[in-house]
Design a protein around this ligand. Structure first.
Ligand SMILES: C[S@@+](CC[C@H](N)C(=O)[O-])C[C@H]1O[C@@H](n2cnc3c(N)ncnc32)[C@H](O)[C@@H]1O
Length: 278
């Protein structure tokens, strides 16, 4: 059994870069239960035997996806959203008056609640932006999460976590057991699958605001360093980065931490590249 867990941990790490702690091997049983059922397998040993037997990229990927933690909610840890509303967005809007464009990235977007929370914040508090070009990009390793985010449909329990009633009424349509995000917000968001550790990421334009929250805690130090360097590359020089409340860059040579509004965000330090030396 231990050998099977070792095999699975290694495989998950090579695919999603998530580091699974051996003390939590019991999680394999619960997280892989659905996959085992769908493949008509009765236990983990059978799954590992199949994985060892012949290369099955789809099955490997399904295991790695099933082992990701997708915990999220609307307006999770509300302080970054509050700070955006009161200080950061008014200042960014002022600076972007000439281009009338704003770009947001929910890196590791899970089922999309973070991206749609940003969309709701913009619609509710910044009506001026209705005529601007606003893009909220959501990326995640898990194809299932990207599909859920793209569908924009949520169960009552998910809606009840973090959403004020007035936002539910204004931004969602009740459809049977679920609530669907209204097209006006759906149109502001685009979701795609991307592994944060496969750099450079295929994202063309720089972002004004990056939410890279509650994902680096699953990575090794080396992967964290790589992902933060990529976030730095993809952030506008006057943009802002939010990490999860328990996350911070190990190395502050690229980042200025700014502690206001009961939360910490990061602004990028300028880098000496050939371009800005010249
Ligand atoms: C705990 S959720 C965080 C969601 C959201 N950012 C939040 O703070 O509520 C972590 C997400 O990271 C995704 N993830 C894990 N490894 C990843 C990787 N290598 N690249 C991109 N996303 C990854 C998982 O699929 C999961 O949806």
């Amino acid at each position: 059994m231990q050998a099977d867990f070792n095999y699975l941990r290694k495989m998950v790490n090579s695919l999603s870069h998530n580091v699974l702690d051996p003390s939590r091997d019991y999680l394999f049983e619960t997280r892989l239960a659905r996959l085992l059922r769908s493949r008509e397998m009765s236990h983990i040993g059978e799954l590992v035997e199949q994985l060892r037997g012949q290369r099955d990229a789809a099955l490997e990927r399904a295991v790695a996806e099933a082992m990701t933690i997708n915990e999220t909610s609307f307006f999770r840890d509300g302080r970054p959203f509050e700070l955006l509303r009161t200080e950061l967005l008014p200042s960014l809007i002022e600076k972007r008056m000439s281009t009338r464009k704003l770009r947001f990235w929910s890196a590791a977007c899970s089922a999309g609640q973070e991206a749609y929370s940003l969309a709701m914040l913009l619609r509710e508090h910044f009506p001026l932006l209705a005529s601007w070009e606003i893009r909220i990009e959501g990326t995640d390793f898990s194809a299932e999460m990207v599909a859920r985010a793209s569908a924009g449909r949520y169960h009552r329990i998910e809606i009840n976590r973090g959403l004020p009633a007035r936002s539910v009424v204004r931004f969602f349509e009740h459809q049977g057991e679920e609530w669907a995000i209204k097209p006006e917000l759906r149109r502001m968001c685009n979701f795609q699958q991307a592994d944060l550790c496969q750099t450079p990421l295929p994202l063309a334009e720089r972002f004004d605001v990056i939410f890279l929250r509650n994902v680096m805690l699953y990575f090794s130090n080396e992967s964290r360093r790589k992902v933060l360097a990529e976030a730095h590359r993809l952030l506008a020089p006057d943009g802002v980065l939010f990490l999860g409340s328990s996350e911070q860059p190990a190395d502050l040579s690229q980042w200025n931490p700014v502690l206001i509004g009961g939360t910490c965000h990061y602004t990028p330090k300028a880098q000496l590249t050939n371009r800005n030396i010249a």
